[in-house]
Design a protein around this ligand. Sequence first.
Ligand SMILES: Nc1ncnc2c1ncn2[C@@H]1O[C@H](COP(=O)(O)OP(=O)(O)OP(=O)(O)O)[C@@H](O)[C@H]1O
Length: 238
Amino acid sequence: MTALLDTHGLQAFYGDAQALFGIDFTLAAGELVAIIGANGAGKSTFLKSLTGLLRAPREAIRFKGEAIGGLPPGEIVRRGLAMVPEGRRLFPSLDVEENLLMGATPRRAGPWNLRRLYELFPILAEKRRQPATSLSGGQQQMVALGRALMSNPEVLLCDELSLGLAPIVIREIYAAMPAITGEGMTVVIVEQDVRMARQVSQRVYCFQDGRVSLTGRSDELTPEQISQAYFGMEDSHA
Ligand SMILES: Nc1ncnc2c1ncn2[C@@H]1O[C@H](COP(=O)(O)OP(=O)(O)OP(=O)(O)O)[C@@H](O)[C@H]1O
């Protein structure tokens, strides 16, 4: 497999506290890969390291053959990695369309623009002049996803799209994924909803205590393997 993005022994720290202990991760162009794991396993920390929000050694992260670890976040977006952050982080004083346009700087060439996003999520066209924070949780998540797409990334990193949403709304959000990957985009999702993660992804990485405890094809891993990798030996016997 030729890697579009990969990490080698990636470590991450908050001050003196170590959160990642040597993550080896590979992503091929066009894949949708899910990262699952319990609270505190290091999933968000991993995404933050990829996008330059946390320091990383230059050689520990490679994107399209170039070492990008520790580059400033803006430079990483320019190169084609964009993140949908946990908790959406919309601009409360801006309306829906203004929030979407915030994602367009820097704007790379590609298929995504306001018109395409409004086709993908018609409800956002209807509410384009409303304050983003007046929308429902699911609609706000659509804005956050759309904002990241507006930079036309090559790799889209999504942190817990399902957080706080009802199952029917989660399905509605994930229903957009085929249209996104259909445009050739490569996607990483961090997801606590293991069923959904397995359903939409080709491969899964399970994180536990800052390490990869299991990886494999989503359709080949058994629920028992995942449960053990998710909770660890001790907990699964508790
Ligand atoms: N800003 C921070 N300062 C100090 N420690 C942090 C910080 N953010 C996360 N950590 C610690 O790093 C470890 C990994 O946390 P991280 O948020 O990456 O986990 P996660 O798998 O994304 O879990 P969650 O689903 O709760 O977001 C945890 O031990 C956590 O307490």
